[in-house]
Design a protein around this ligand. Structure first.
Ligand code: ZN
Length: 138
């Protein structure tokens, strides 16, 4: 069995952002040479997410409204976590949107369902963040 590990560096200009990272995962898969196996993609920070969904701009506006309804950023004082930090909402948003995805690799390709794409969700940006890509198989 072969293994392959790669980190993506991400630094958004806004507090919240959604980035399609499917191409970077496909590039890592080609680099790995693995044809059959599994790829794990996970956020390495606790205020960001990796998830799978449709690449449709209306949906990202809907996510924003949905997450702000469940865990509004402001007022910062509403959260016990916010003392030295102001990112309690980002921890909660990450919990809702998830930490990682696993995708099957078949014949050297990501074995997606219809319209599936891999996204990085940022909820406390403007700083250096990381995403781990780990591939196992043969
Ligand atoms: Zn925090």
């Amino acid at each position: 069995m072969k293994t392959f590990r790669k980190e993506l560096k991400i630094h958004t200009q806004t507090r919240r952002a959604y980035i399609n990272i499917t191409r970077q995962v496909e590039e890592a898969l080609i680099e790995s040479g693995i044809r059959e196996g599994l790829v794990l993609v996970n956020a390495m920070n606790i205020t960001s997410s990796v998830f799978i969904n449709d690449d449709e701009s209306g949906l990202f506006q809907d996510f924003e409204v949905f997450l702000e309804r469940l865990a509004p950023e402001k007022p910062h004082s509403q959260y016990k976590h916010n003392g030295f930090e102001d990112n309690a909402d980002a921890h909660l948003k990450r919990q809702i949107m998830g930490r990682e995805v696993v995708v099957a690799i078949t014949e050297g390709k990501l074995d997606f369902g219809t319209w599936e794409q891999i996204f990085y969700g940022e909820y406390d940006g403007k700083r250096d963040k990381r995403v781990l890509i780990k591939i196992i198989g043969e």
